[in-house]
Ligand binder design. Structure first.
Ligand SMILES: C[S@@+](CC[C@H](N)C(=O)[O-])C[C@H]1O[C@@H](n2cnc3c(N)ncnc32)[C@H](O)[C@@H]1O
Length: 275
């Protein structure tokens, strides 16, 4: 199939629409992704690029669907294992001591298809069990949010193909998942599923989220420029309780970008804490 011809001007308008509505920035280094996504949409809809661009300007649903289409949703269960060790061995013990109201709120911001949120839930469940603390006496809620409706649909369904569960420790897989179709798929069990709620939320807009003790915003900020990164971090900061915690991706850093979350050393590594 011949490559789709898109003029510089039209491409810029697509990039501006995506940036304005999601914060996701396309530069020379990744513009090929945008071109490929536009081409697929044009083909799927059997339309022309100029007509589709005009549709995006007026049709909110199509805009949402296009933005969903340009997001990068790569994720996995227990991605960066060290974060989950840090959560279980340093952060949760500290929270348990200080949360007299027995309420813990965890936000997985940019949760994609839900693997991160469920990994958090399993870690919390294991922590309570290993420390002989009655989880039912606590009010623990995990919220996964994303801008991608297709990802949220998968997250809510909690059904994952075999290849997605391969790195889950076998004892966790046995304990917290149910195989289906001779192990071709795995369902997250209800004990874990009911600890997590998923919701559509655009990180660049004002937020209704508050009272968060721990936020995970991992591998999301990399898609934004510095202005949007600061805006998103301010939102997370405002949503977080005093001395609350923030996990970002292991290759990301807030140094020189946002100093209201202070990098703090724990036995298993460094984590950002709201001052
Ligand atoms: C690479 S995934 C990261 C998933 C998970 N946090 C992890 O580390 O495995 C990035 C996610 O950020 C979401 N995202 C991008 N822009 C967003 C925005 N403005 N608001 C909310 N989510 C956004 C994407 O839809 C995508 O699911």
């Amino acid at each position: 199939m011949p490559a789709l011809e898109i003029s510089e001007g039209i491409l810029t308008q697509f990039a501006e629409i995506v940036y304005k509505n999601s914060g996701i920035i396309f530069r020379d280094s990744n513009v090929a992704v945008l071109i490929s996504r536009i081409s697929s949409k044009i083909k799927e809809k059997n339309t022309e690029v100029g007509i589709y661009l005009e549709q995006l300007k007026t049709d909110k649903n199509e805009l949402l669907s296009f933005i969903d289409f340009v997001t990068t949703n790569f994720t996995s269960f227990f991605r960066n294992q060290r974060h989950f060790e840090l959560l279980e061995e340093s952060i949760l013990p500290e929270l348990i001591k200080r949360k007299y109201n027995r309420q813990i709120r965890i936000w997985s911001a940019g949760c994609s298809t839900g693997e991160e949120s469920y990994s958090i839930a399993i870690t919390v469940k294991e922590f309570f069990e290993r420390n002989h603390i009655d989880l039912s006496a606590w009010d623990v809620k995990i919220m996964g949010s994303d801008i991608s409706l297709e990802s949220l649909f998968i997250a809510k369904e909690a059904k994952y193909p075999e290849r997605s569960v391969q790195k889950i420790p076998p004892d966790f897989l046995k304990k917290y998942f149910t195989p289906l179709d001779e192990g071709k798929f795995y369902f997250v069990n209800d004990t874990i599923k009911k600890m997590v709620k998923f919701d559509f939320h655009n990180l660049i807009y004002g937020s209704y989220i508050e009272g968060v003790d721990i936020s995970f915003c991992r591998n999301v900020l990399i898609y934004f420029d510095e202005d949007i990164q600061k805006k998103v971090l301010t939102q997370i900061y405002n949503a977080t309780n005093e001395n609350g915690f923030l996990f970002i991706g292991h290759s990301e850093s807030l140094v020189g970008l946002f100093d209201k979350f202070k990098p703090t050393s724990f036995e298993k590594g460094i984590i950002y804490v709201k001052q």
